[in-house]
Design a protein around this ligand. Structure first.
Ligand code: FAD
Ligand code: SIN
Length: 527
């Protein structure tokens, strides 16, 4: 049942596809395992676009500065510099590979999003940028004969031997049984964990599996308390929270309360284009003040023809709910959207466990700090996906195969696969996360959440259930530890930001929470 390859990539979003392409350049065998169909990922649903320095009035220093400000003192400047400078190179390469961004008379169109000092967001098919990324990257990866992609292959755990990650255990979609694959290195590109929360913009695959797997393998996890809540998810009772892109506010959308009053200028001078955490908290405050479950995103001042052309997917989706975005104010409220925290990696995607690399939303590279600047994550997936692929090849050049261990018995699947996480338990965790570890937190709410998670953890759980509740525990633990408010982490009992908290939280299995001054680390110090 076990087999051997050279490199194992988990996930087929922007980071997984880009790292696979990089690995394949070396001629190595690349096995990509992905949980659902190849295109199903956060990447596929990305709307607003990708931030990149390409317009005449922009430069790397400006993009860097905006990213650092959004990150509220916790970005690693070297990671940000890498992102913005290499980002331009990788986007040009992506265009060379056939990615079609929106243009006017042949020139790229740049849009505005919150906290960007320039119009620097390029987009595709109006509001379907991610789908175009996925289309182009799958097509490019398909040209590499050494890439073997298996869809519907759910990876459950990492295999670590003598302190090195040597493979993964996954459920074979055809045989419907656990299997193991071994190789030179594993690159986790499993994306974020928006699904930890009751209300999220993320698709169902975004359950943070890679973060939990890495934690159990002994990797350091950083900044788990920082979760970004997008201010404007369509709020229709009993419907999934469909994202209404920030670019809608960038193009002139206004937020109103139930009385039709514009309220954002009362909370922040930047009004609708204040950073996301501020807009989300302002919406919560306004909903509480007016006793409602949503506010309204008003696009009605904009031309209907322009809106249909600029936001075709949003236009069509709203129409299915009986809403005409050019005539009807749209009910919105915040929803969990992005994890700033994740597996600690250096600038080359190396985790603290030898043989284990990671890229994209599953990581904490130091690029986003306490709050991600809008549209920086597609760029991160490209830049750091390629870097992780390159490092995995170079670092493992001297490793000699075969990689398939002779004594496979000790790598047998975990004994008890019973008690799959029931829908009811998963719902309970998501509700607790939303109510107690959400946009506003305090000591009492976090302690209550941790108590509930401990109770769930004490039960007989399947591997995926254990992963889910462990991740919830990591977020709540870090949120309880950080006694200040910064970026995506807001404590009502500690509402101010303090310099003495200007460091990263680090969690490692079996140890109390620790700190680090920066994400990058000396690889000679790896465990
Ligand atoms: P993903 O794209 O999420 O890919 C993760 C992959 O891992 C998937 O293929 C998944 O199936 C697979 N996977 C997960 N668990 C397992 C497992 N156990 N076993 C096997 N495979 C697994 N960012 C921007 O920069 N610009 C935007 O406009 C933008 N809009 C967004 C809109 C929405 C609605 C959402 C949800 C996010 C948006 N983001 C945007 C954020 C951005 O899309 C993501 O951060 C980014 O795409 C993450 O890429 P990734 O490759 O790290 O992960
Ligand atoms: C959006 O279009 O509002 C999402 C952009 C992002 O999350 O970066």
């Amino acid at each position: 049942m076990s087999f051997e390859t050279d490199f194992i990539v988990i996930g087929s979003g922007v980071a997984g596809l880009r790292s696979s392409i990089e690995l394949a350049k070396s001629g190595a065998r690349v096995t990509v395992l992905t949980k659902d169909k190849a295109s199903e990922s956060n990447t596929e649903y990305a709307q607003g676009g990708v931030a990149v320095v390409l317009s005449d009035d922009d430069n790397a220093e400006l993009h860097e500065g905006d990213t650092l400000i959004a990150g509220a003192g916790l970005c690693d400047p070297s990671a940000v510099a890498t992102l913005v400078t290499e980002g331009t190179v990788f986007i040009k390469q992506l265009i060379g590979w056939g990615t079609r961004f929106d243009r006017d008379s042949g020139k790229l169109i740049f849009t505005q999003e919150a906290a960007h000092s320039r119009r620097r967001i390029i987009h595709a098919n109006g509001d379907s940028t991610g789908a175009e990324f996925v289309r182009a990257l799958i097509a490019r990866a398909g040209r590499e004969r050494s890439i073997d992609l298996t869809p519907f292959a759910n990876t459950e755990s990492l295999i670590v031997r003598d302190g090195r990650c040597v493979g993964v255990r996954f459920l074979d979609p055809i045989l419907r049984t656990p299997r193991e694959v071994f190789g030179r290195a594993v690159i986790l590109c499993t994306g974020g964990a928006g699904q930890l929360y009751q209300h999220t913009t993320n698709p169902s695959v975004a359950t943070g599996d890679g973060m939990a797997m890495a934690y159990f393998a002994g990797a350091e996890m950083a900044d788990m308390e920082f979760v970004q809540f997008h201010p404007t998810a369509l709020n229709i009772p009993n419907a999934p929270r469909f994202l209404l892109s920030e670019a809608m506010r960038g193009e002139g959308g206004i937020l109103r309360n139930k009385f039709g009053e514009r309220f954002m200028p009362n909370y922040d001078d930047r009004a609708e284009l204040a950073p996301r955490d501020i807009v989300s908290r302002s919406i919560v405050a306004e909903m509480r003040r007016t006793g409602t479950r949503n506010v309204l995103l008003d696009m009605t001042a904009l031309d209907g023809g322009f809106l249909r052309h600029r936001f075709p997917k949003i236009y069509e989706t709203c129409r299915l709910y009986g809403l005409d975005i050019s005539n009807d104010p749209l009910p919105v409220s915040p929803a969990s959207h992005y994890c700033m925290g994740g597996i600690r990696t250096d600038l080359w995607g190396r985790s603290t466990v030898p043989g284990l690399y990671a890229a994209g939303e599953v990581t904490c590279t130091g690029v986003h700090g306490a709050n991600r600047l809008a549209s920086n994550s597609l760029l991160e997936g490209l830049v750091f996906g390629a870097r992780a692929g390159r490092a995995a090849v170079e670092d493992s050049a001297s490793l000699k195969g075969p990689f398939l261990p002779r004594d496979l018995s000790s790598d047998a699947p975990p004994s008890d696969q019973t008690a799959a996480l029931s829908t009811a338990v998963r719902k309970r965790i998501k509700r607790v996360m939303w109510e107690r570890v959400g946009i506003l937190r305090d000591r009492a709410s976090l302690e209550r959440a941790l108590k509930e998670f401990a109770q769930i953890s004490s039960g007989n759980l399947s591997t995926s259930s254990r992963n889910f509740v462990t991740l919830a525990t990591l977020v709540a633990t870090a949120a309880l530890w950080r006694e200040e408010s910064r970026g995506g982490h807001y404590r009502t009992d500690f509402p101010d930001q303090h310099d003495e908290w200007r460091h990263h939280s680090i969690q490692v299995i079996g140890k109390p929470i620790g700190t680090a001054e920066k994400m990058d680390f000396d690889i000679s110090s790896r465990v």
